[in-house]
Design a protein around this ligand. Structure first.
Ligand SMILES: [Zn+2]
Length: 442
């Protein structure tokens, strides 16, 4: 990892980098509150889900998810204790594949990016649904991932994000197979690589550009804790911007363009960018570095920038204004020293692009997710975030990210925790109802 701050404070770079790379915005959307179960007449989707939950095989699966809840927590712990730093998720992927094999999942394979893919075939023709969790964490190699358990609370980096998701996928898959729940179509059970910042959704991108890209009709990622339904994809553009010159002595070489001064001009312009609140648009200079000493003109100034919006058009708009600001800063710093022949260059590296979009509130996948929550008597808000679902959503494929139940704290921090409390099992129960609902009712 390159140094992002002055070498003297290099010890602070890892947390700073993590917080930069991994911010996941989760904003509850106002106006989607569900009706309490008793207050309103059930919609056709809700009535179908209520009936589905009473089918013997489904009811048995739901009961087993509660009575065998400890199995889920054991899997969550076991997966969490296999380190999965960015780009080094292979060991956890292999374990996840072996666990799916033990459950009886068919056609297990790994694609060229390393995604683990398996299938459960339905009893007849129907849609293909993906049920997935992501294998990677934000934590670097060497992070202690031993899980500490106190009662129902598990503490370890990655225990919620996304070991909870992976465990919920395993538990749901296990009960669908064990209870021979009938459905039509095909359920693809997948562990994805590289969901977090550094991975830039590389696993799910590969999935939707590989052999399965034409055949996936619906996509669910289980990511996070609680009962949120993410159907809005926050798009983000991330850049590493470098102003470069030859540098020199602060006194002897004075009179040449200064890369750090150019960067300062750029930051001042970025700080003044207009950003709408609806749709929400954000910009951030998250990390800066450069320089060797107080009496040197630095050879470079480097900064990492993050732009986000739930609207693709608004994101493109602020991106264009950022690019203008960066070039203006370059021109102004050059113009400040008209007699200097020393070059000053601007290099913009793209470090992450995530597309924005929305799966409609009225879509079958969102209605089914809401109806299943109502059947379970849990409140599930619609939210906007940046997850694996960004890719299928941006391609117009029905996709959501569902939370895995329980209560999470401190995602992306070293003291991350997951508390199963008394009803963590309701997460996998909800997911099972959604999955079977999507593959049986239309
Ligand atoms: Zn995650």
């Amino acid at each position: 990892m390159p140094s992002f701050v002055s070498p003297r404070s290099a010890g602070t770079t890892i947390p700073a980098l993590l917080s930069f790379l991994t911010l996941s915005l989760v904003t509850p959307v106002i106006g989607h509150a569900q009706q309490p179960k008793s207050a309103a007449k059930a919609t056709p989707t809700e009535a179908a889900l209520d009936r589905l939950a009473k089918q013997p095989a489904v009811a048995a699966a739901l009961a087993a998810l509660q009575s065998e809840n400890e199995w889920t927590l054991t899997e969550q712990t076991a997966l969490c204790e296999i380190p999965a730093p960015p780009f080094k998720e292979a060991a956890r992927a292999a374990a996840f594949r072996d666990k799916l094999a033990a459950l009886g999942v068919q056609k297990l394979r790994m694609d060229r990016e390393g995604n683990v893919i398996g299938e459960i075939k339905g009893t007849g023709p129907g849609p293909t649904l993906v049920l997935s969790g992501h294998l990677d964490t934000v934590f670097p190699e060497g992070t202690n991932v031993k899980v500490k358990r106190e009662g129902t609370k598990l503490t370890a980096p990655g225990i919620g994000d996304d070991c909870r998701g992976l465990a919920a996928v395993l538990a749901t898959t296990r009960q669908i197979i064990a209870n021979k729940i009938p459905f039509t179509g095909r359920l693809l059970v997948i562990g994805t690589m590289g969901e977090e910042g550094p991975g830039n959704l590389r696993g799910v991108r590969a999935l939707f550009s590989g052999p399965l890209k034409e055949s996936i009709d619906m996509f669910i990622s289980i990511d996070g804790t609680g009962f949120g339904i993410t159907n809005g994809a926050v798009g983000s553009n991330r850049y590493r911007v470098t102003y470069k010159g030859p540098g020199g002595h602060s006194y002897g070489a004075f009179g040449m363009p200064n890369p750090l001064h150019a960067m300062g001009r750029a930051i001042a312009k970025i700080a003044e960018l207009e950003a709408s609140t609806n749709p929400k648009v954000t910009f951030n200079v998250g990390l800066v570095s450069g320089g060797t000493s107080v009496n040197s003109i630095s050879a470079e100034g480097v900064m990492d920038i993050d732009l986000r919006s739930e609207s693709a058009a608004a994101l493109a708009d602020i991106d264009a204004r950022l690019q203008t600001a960066l070039r203006q800063a370059l021109a102004e710093e050059k113009a400040r020293w008209p007699k200097s022949t020393v070059p000053l260059a601007l290099v913009i590296d793209t470090t992450g692009l995530r597309p924005a979009g929305t799966t409609a509130d009225t879509s079958f996948i969102v209605r089914t997710s809401l109806a299943a929550a109502r059947t379970m008597n849990v409140y599930a808000p619609l939210t906007i975030s940046s997850t694996d679902a960004n890719i299928p959503i941006s391609k117009g494929i029905a996709a959501v990210t569902l939370d895995g139940g329980g209560v999470g704290r401190g995602a992306h921090s070293l003291d991350e925790s997951y508390d199963d409390r008394t009803d963590g099992y309701k997460g996998p129960q909800w997911i099972l109802l959604v999955v079977i609902g999507l593959l049986t009712a239309r």
